[in-house]
Write a protein that binds this ligand. Structure first.
Ligand SMILES: [Zn+2]
Ligand SMILES: [Zn+2]
Length: 631
């Protein structure tokens, strides 16, 4: 048989040859360093046989940053963790242990619960296993055999997994530990050069709170110690930038159990909010959107017609009245469509772009709430574009162009994902061919690369999800652009076409920040609290050196304020150096210290994280104006 290598050359191999055999045929060094193969685009265990015509790629320890290579390393380390825990804690029952983003975990049922303090000993035992050497062997087993084996080992969770496993059963063994596992795994533990157990958490068996609560041990592993250290450094940075912590330190917002998931915005946080709101309004106007205001509370029958009553009711806050309910709106769409449908429209009115950033409420479980990134009170930068079939592509193009503008403004990297027809789709395949094609053409025309998630679209239409990458390289799902061919009809939207037919418009649902709450949370972390000048809650802080300078500083404040900038005076009874340090900690973009030597012609200016200079008031104001002119 022949297999195809990444450089398109062919490799002749005996029948039944495995990935490892292929690696050996290429070179002994490669075989020794091999950790995994990709065959026809998917990962596969090196021990599995190849088939004629397979396109293969052998990954080695040199692919230390490849996500698949890291995945197999971490999965293998999870097995070492289970082996170590069983040795150190006899009587423990093991559940499941998959690799995850940035690491792995394993769930255990301990006879006596353990604490964080015990992780060090477990980590040391894993290192001992690696030093001693571990090889993985793979075997296939019948269901009955595997069942007997785990019953004999008193591993009830594994027995249950065998009973519910689909397809063939495979087992992997290293040392004296055998696990039920689909693989793939490393050949041996040699490539695992760095391991760290990172924490403990409770987790229900199979994620169901009616089941036993297990102990989840988290960890991570790398092909080098340097990579682990870099990872820990990034985690530390992320902790330092955590928006929940910075939000309090910078006096932006806080959360309170009196209204879970609904932030209290302090004056400084509200400044940031309003700057984003001004940006939204200005860009919407420039791009042909019109603003509307629709009710917050609606009678049950609206939700019945829109389909939310059936599909989304448990996430809605309901208000009983008589034997019916009103609901606080969890989204703007039905209100906008009801407004559109309030009279018969003409094709001349299309495209009609309704924008509204109303407060929405979604009854998220209290346990799922997280800072500003998962809230109950959510304010989308929402819009609904009513358009005809032949306007779809241009309108999607316009949304993509708008999104790209925003992400560049905030210096966020962006990534686009197109989701196509799901199994429960409404509408014909011809219709989906057309709508998916329109979204693809818009992406291509705007010159955007994108990934495709087959089958992930909503039942009413395809969508494009917008992901952004922050300063720490983390990816966040933000906005979304969704085409809807179903809901407008359900809510009675129609227009008279050029040839005098009554037609149902398409609607594009789109939010580009996603929500104000989540977007501000991400911006706090992205900038580490050091907001660009135009977004900073306080843009300039003035510090009078002594009492005698207060009068001149108040005068200065009034003039900077009149020029349209946010300025504050720090005349607290603190030392000069303390006041300068506090302004530095609060990351105020400009600080002006005013003493005997200063005048409007000669101001001592310190820029956050930058230089000190002497400038006149006019020069300083000109600099501020230049800063905001670029947005
Ligand atoms: Zn495994
Ligand atoms: Zn919508």
């Amino acid at each position: 048989m022949k297999v195809v290598l990444p450089d398109r050359s062919e490799l002749e191999l005996p029948d039944e040859a495995t990935g490892l055999d292929a690696a050996r045929a290429i070179g002994p060094k490669l075989a020794e360093q091999a950790v995994l193969m990709r065959a026809n685009g998917s990962t596969r265990d090196l021990r599995l046989p190849l088939e004629d015509g397979d396109e293969i790629q052998i990954l080695t320890t040199r692919d230390a940053r490849d996500p698949d290579a890291l995945y197999v390393l971490r999965h293998s380390t999870a097995h070492l963790l289970a082996e170590a825990v069983r040795r150190l804690h006899p009587g423990v029952k093991i559940a499941i242990g998959p690799p995850i983003e940035n690491g792995f975990y394993y769930d255990f049922d301990f006879p006596v619960p353990i604490g964080e303090g015990e992780l060090e000993a477990i980590e040391a035992e894993i290192r001992r296993e690696i030093a001693e050497g571990r090889e993985w062997t793979r075997e296939e087993s019948s269901r009955e055999e595997a069942r007997e084996r785990f019953l004999a080992a008193s591993e009830p969770y594994k027995v249950e997994l065998v009973d519910t496993a689909e397809g063939a059963i495979s087992l992997y063994t290293q040392g004296d530990f055998t696990d039920l596992c689909r693989g793939p795994h490393l050949q041996n533990a040699g490539p695992i050069k760095a391991v760290k157990l990172t924490g403990l958490a409770g987790a229900y068996w199979r994620g169901d709170e009616k089941n036993t609560q297990l102990t989840r041990i988290y960890g991570t592993a790398f092909y080098s110690q340097a990579d682990l250290e870099e990872h820990l450094e990034r985690l530390e940075q992320a902790r330092a930038r955590d928006h929940r912590r910075l939000g309090v330190e910078l006096d932006l917002f806080h959360l309170d159990d009196i209204s879970p998931g609904s932030p209290f915005w302090h004056p400084k946080g509200t400044v940031i909010w309003n700057e984003l709101e001004d940006l939204r309004r200005r860009e919407n106007a420039r791009r042909g959107y019109v603003e509307v205001k629709t009710p917050l509370i609606y009678e049950q029958r609206l939700w019945e017609r829109s389909g939310h009553w059936e599909k989304f009711r448990e996430h809605m806050f309901l208000i009983p009245e008589g034997d019916r309910f009103y609901s606080i709106k969890p989204m703007n769409c039905p209100g906008h469509m009801w407004l559109f449908a309030s009279r018969l429209r003409s094709y001349r009115e299309l495209p009609l772009r309704y924008a509204e950033a109303a407060p929405l409420h979604r009854n998220e479980l209290a346990g799922a709430l997280h800072g500003l990134t998962r809230v109950r009170h959510v304010t989308q930068d929402d819009a609904h574009i009513f358009c005809s079939r032949d306007q779809i592509e241009d309108e999607i193009f316009g949304c993509l162009d708008y999104a790209t503008y925003l992400y560049e403004l905030f210096r966020l990297g962006s990534r686009f994902e197109l989701s196509t027809r799901p199994e429960n789709k409404l509408g014909s395949d011809e219709e989906w061919d057309f709508t998916e094609g329109a979204l693809r053409s818009a992406l291509d025309r705007r010159g955007l690369a994108y990934a495709v998630n087959d089958g992930d679209g909503a039942f009413y239409g395809p969508k494009i999800d917008l992901h952004m990458t922050d300063a720490l390289g983390r990816s966040w799902q933000m906005g979304t652009i969704q085409l809807d061919s179903q809901t407008p009809g359900r809510l009675g939207c129609s227009y008279v076409s050029a040839d005098n037919h009554e037609e149902t418009p398409y609607v594009i649902h789109r939010a580009l920040f996603g929500s104000f709450e989540r977007f501000i949370g991400i911006l706090v972390e992205h900038y580490g609290g050091a907001f660009p000048f135009w977004l900073a809650p306080v843009q300039v802080r003035l510090i009078p050196v002594g009492e005698g300078h207060r009068h001149a500083v108040h005068d200065l404040r009034d003039r900077i304020s009149e020029a349209g900038f946010r300025v504050a005076v720090d005349e607290r009874d603190e030392t000069l150096s303390k006041r300068i340090r506090d302004a530095e900690l609060e990351k105020v973009p400009f600080v002006v210290v005013y003493g005997d030597r200063e005048s409007d012609e000669s101001l001592a200016v310190r820029e956050h994280g930058g230089s000190q200079s002497t400038r006149s008031l006019d020069e300083l104001v000109a600099e501020f104006q230049a800063r905001i002119a670029t947005i």
